[in-house]
Design a protein around this ligand. Structure first.
Ligand code: PEP
Length: 255
């Protein structure tokens, strides 16, 4: 399995020139760069090795939806991956039903979703079992009614077109604790997510870990075969840090 390191720049940087500069430094194989929508075109023009991702999507194709961006628009900009249901968007009121519609549109358009799931601190404090129940509920609601068979018929686990990012909300660097999950807990959760998707939907998914990943702790996550990569926020704005993380991931790619 080839590990994937996704840079979620969030609402950074502030200008096209800064975005282009950052892209040139982070343009390495195995990386996906997800800039704000307004920089997608400029970032795509300079990318040679990394792939392009978007941070969100809207479910309708076109029309009277002020401020929204459709799958067709993203495809025209050569976007391949779409982050859906990030906890920072869920916090702003994005519901499981909305995420379900976004996921449906993404898959229908042939884009690869990176579906973010993760439990808040109050749930995690009750133990790993409660966290698993929470994640299961998110996944079942987010995947409700979606035809996933098309994904499986064409793709194997090696180039799986369905990606889940397990991001415990409390572990995100700007979140409640900002302390990464214990790698062994992340491994257990990744196994749980993969088993659930395989048994319930016959779906082979890649599962990335997200939450305060940096060059110092990346290896403790990425060395595990259950962890197929990382979704990186804060450290993706520091090119040297980000490149180190991608290099660490490369060591654990199996052919
Ligand atoms: C994120 O917000 O997706 C994330 C993982 O952020 P950070 O790496 O800063 O914790």
């Amino acid at each position: 399995m080839k590990k994937l390191i996704v840079a979620n720049w969030k609402m950074n940087p502030l200008s096209v020139s800064e975005a282009v500069k950052l892209t040139k430094k982070e343009d390495i194989k195995g990386a996906v760069i997800a800039p704000p929508f307004v920089f997608l075109e400029s970032v795509e023009k300079v990318l040679k090795q990394a792939e392009l991702g978007a941070q969100d999507i809207f479910w309708e194709e076109k029309g009277a939806y002020t401020g929204e961006i459709s799958a067709a628009m993203l495809k025209n900009l050569k976007v391949k991956y779409v982050i859906i249901g990030h906890s920072e968007r869920r916090c702003l009121g994005e519901t499981d039903e909305i995420i379900n519609k976004k996921l449906t549109a993404t898959i229908k358009a042939g884009l690869t979703p990176i579906l973010c799931v993760g439990e808040p601190l109050n749930i995690r404090k009750k133990g790993l079992l409660s966290a698993k129940t929470f994640i299961k509920n998110q996944l079942l609601k987010n995947l409700k009614g979606i035809n996933l068979k098309s994904l499986n018929s064409k793709f194997s686990i090696l180039n799986s077109r369905f990606i889940v990012a397990y991001e415990p909300v409390w572990a995100i660097s700007t979140g409640t604790t900002g302390i990464p999950a214990k790698p062994e807990d992340a491994v257990e959760m990744h196994k749980f997510i993969k088993d659930l998707l395989a048994t319930r939907y016959s779906l082979l998914a890649k599962v990335l870990y997200g939450g305060s990943v940096n060059s110092k702790n990346a290896e403790s996550f990425l060395k595990n075969p259950e962890i197929d990569g990382a979704l990186v926020g804060g450290a993706s704005l520091k090119p040297e840090e980000f490149k180190k993380i991608v290099k660490i991931a490369e060591k654990y790619n199996d052919e």
